[in-house]
Ligand binder design. Structure first.
Ligand code: MG
Length: 387
């Protein structure tokens, strides 16, 4: 049996800001872009959450909910260096550390360098150590598998420690509402509730046909979780599957040259990231959101994988030509690289399947957006065209 921890820093970016600027302590803080520039909340302090401010919410909305909100621009370099320190601590305890984001990780502590037989003790020691070293708090979940550990860490935030020993798994599942699952968004949750599935365990007895109508192909996934089963290992070298950046513009872009320049910049940023990571990408996807919020993605794959900035810019531009960006005002642009491989490697296959809940911030009611939004067939259609 495995002993898995899920560790999740509490309101990470916001906590770092409050730690480093005492005037922010005790005040509602949101880290993110400016409200008048269509900024988005990247992290909200617990004081801000009391007002209903949540991450991924538009900053304008956040300020409406909490007029005294202190908006702090993000400083990712600082967050990353703190994150690196924390991950070094994790890795000194076990080599089996799987990062999910800058502030979230799974650890398999079945065997650990402290020789602690109990995951709970490892979690307690890590929490204390992180607090001593960084003056930040982390919430921890300890359980026999990743799925339960992740739910547990979320159970008692901030600064929580929730343990689900094997013998209590069933009791825990019985109190777990079905919408506590990653990948079950509000729409699916509503459909499930309508089908009589309120708690996760209700999945066990629900009419399969009704269930299938509500969750489609994810029915088997849901069934396994309802039994508390999840045998995914903690993989320290889990391949990063994609990387991209997108930008929402303060005012809509209407000049085709400007749109192209912006897209070029995003593509170059992606190429720089590949360069830093020593990776190459087979697939480039662009995303265009028009002023009316209609959003399209266009994707292009080619062999061999590349990290050449000029190549990626060129591909992104060609994809832009397949949108209506010339004639419709553009609100957001994005460029993402997928099908990543280490430079010398052969192009990878479709990648090993992961459960939806392995994604840190899945969108409501769908499989991870990164997978779902890659236009179906686009890969195949374009796959053999070389640039
Ligand atoms: Mg966190």
């Amino acid at each position: 049996m495995r002993r898995i921890l899920h560790l999740d820093m509490d309101a990470f970016y916001a906590s770092v800001e409050q730690r480093d600027d005492p005037s922010l302590r005790g005040r509602p803080v949101a880290v993110g872009g400016r409200p008048d520039r269509r900024g988005v909340v990247a992290a909200a302090s617990y004081e801000a959450r009391k007002f209903g401010v949540r991450s991924a919410m538009s900053m304008a909305r956040a300020v409406r909910r909490c007029p005294e909100l202190v908006v702090v621009p993000p400083d990712f370099a600082r967050y990353r260096s703190i994150s690196d320190r924390i991950f070094d601590m994790y890795r000194s305890v076990t080599p089996l550390v799987e990062p999910l984001s800058l502030d979230e990780a799974y650890l398999d502590v079945t065997s650990n360098s402290w020789n602690e037989p109990l995951a709970t003790t490892v979690a307690r020691r890590l929490k204390r150590w992180i607090r001593d070293e960084t003056k930040l708090t982390v919430s921890a979940g300890a359980a026999p598998n990743k799925f339960l550990a992740k739910i547990a860490s979320d159970w008692d935030k901030p600064d929580g420690l929730t343990v689900i020993p094997v013998e209590r798994v069933d009791a825990f599942l019985r109190q777990l509402p079905v919408d506590a699952l990653w990948g079950v968004g509000p729409v699916t949750a509503k459909r499930l509730r309508a089908a009589g599935v309120v708690k996760l365990v209700d999945v066990r007895t629900a009419d399969p046909q009704v269930l299938r109508r509500a969750v489609g192909s994810r029915i088997d996934w849901l069934r396994r979780l309802a039994e508390g089963k999840d045998d995914r290992p903690v993989s320290p070298d889990r391949v990063v599957k994609s990387s991209g950046s997108e930008h929402t513009y303060p005012t809509d872009l209407t000049d085709p040259d400007e749109i192209r320049r912006e897209l070029d910049g995003l593509a170059r940023r992606g190429a720089a990231w590949l360069e830093r990571k020593g990776l190459a990408a087979r697939t480039v996807t662009i995303k265009v959101r028009y002023s009316d919020f209609a959003t399209v993605t266009r994707s292009h794959s080619a062999d061999p994988a590349t990290r050449d900035a000029q190549q990626i810019v060129l591909r992104a531009r060609r994809l832009l030509d397949r949108t209506e960006a010339r004639t419709r005002p553009v609100r957001l642009l994005g460029v993402t690289m997928h099908n990543l491989s280490a430079e010398e490697d052969a192009p990878p296959g479709p990648g090993h399947p992961t459960l939806p809940l392995s994604e840190p911030f899945p969108p409501a009611g769908s499989l991870p957006r990164r997978t779902a939004q890659t236009p179906a067939g686009s890969d195949g259609r374009q796959g053999r065209r070389s640039t």
